[in-house]
Design a protein around this ligand. Structure first.
Ligand SMILES: Nc1nc2c(ncn2[C@@H]2O[C@H](COP(=O)(O)OP(=O)(O)O)[C@@H](O)[C@H]2O)c(=O)[nH]1
Ligand SMILES: Nc1ncnc2c1ncn2[C@@H]1O[C@H](COP(=O)(O)OP(=O)(O)O)[C@@H](O)[C@H]1O
Length: 212
């Protein structure tokens, strides 16, 4: 039996560090595929269509949902966001892990999907609310009113922290990165993630019996 990939979900309030840590995780292990979400939000400066997001219209988004092409979708901060189903199914079928940057609603839908047995969900908490605001301001990618909206919604997101397998307080970035890698490494060592183990143990048993 071949290994099926993990669905690694990262959620947090806006500005807590999902994109930053998701990029670092993929530098650490380039075999991890990123689930490029579709969104109706306009691109930020520096964002690349097809790499950061698939930037699409409301009409296109609705079509994808109607056709059942979204693994999950949600309305967040006034825009639609969703994870296209096909690339995810292909990747995990090939034994590749897939990383998702989705909100709590997306995480909940993936946990309730037929892929639920392969889910690893991780929530990032900010060290404090003023630091969360500082990061959003320092990122300098959103207008002040957009930052305010994200701050106002931060508690909605944080309040779902306890539905996740792991919760990391993203204070020191390098430390959080290390913890994230540890969590992924540990999850990959769980028995169902290592289908070749049975054959290995049988071989050990055979070798053991030959020495008796
Ligand atoms: N449910 C769902 N949420 C998503 C998806 N893609 C992004 N999000 C979430 O939408 C929210 C806003 O994302 P974005 O506009 O990139 O802002 P940022 O979190 O401040 O970088 C974040 O909570 C993301 O995790 C998706 O495909 N599905
Ligand atoms: N641990 C950290 N310490 C200080 N700044 C951080 C930390 N993690 C992320 N940042 C910064 O905070 C801002 C928001 O991070 P980002 O990854 O865009 O958050 P999200 O994707 O969750 O909205 C970015 O400017 C990023 O460089």
């Amino acid at each position: 039996m071949a290994r099926r990939g993990l669905l690694i979900i990262l959620s947090s309030p806006s500005g807590a560090g999902k994109s930053t840590l998701s990029k670092r995780l993929r530098v650490w292990d380039p075999t991890i595929r990123f689930s490029v979400s579709a969104t109706t939000r306009p691109p930020r400066q520096g964002e690349v269509d097809g790499t950061d997001y698939h930037f699409i219209s409301d009409h296109e988004f609705r079509e994808l949902v109607t056709q059942g092409d979204m693994l999950e979708h949600a309305h967040v901060f006034g825009n639609f966001y969703g994870s296209p189903r096909k690339p995810v199914e292909e990747a995990i079928g090939q034994g590749c892990d897939v990383l998702f940057d989705v909100d709590w609603q997306g995480a909940q839908q993936i946990r309730n999907s037929p892929l639920k047995d392969n889910v690893l969900s991780i929530f990032l908490l900010p060290p404090s609310i003023p630091e969360l605001r500082r990061r959003l301001v320092e990122r300098a990618k959103d207008e002040p009113q957009v930052i305010e909206k994200r701050m106002q919604k931060s508690w909605d997101e944080i309040s779902h922290w306890d539905a996740y397998d792991y919760v990391l307080v993203n204070d020191d970035l390098d430390e959080t990165e290390d913890k994230l890698k540890t969590v992924v490494t540990a999850e990959r060592l769980r028995r169902p993630q290592q289908p070749d183990l049975l054959a290995h143990v049988r071989r050990l048993q055979q070798e053991f019996e030959e020495t008796q």
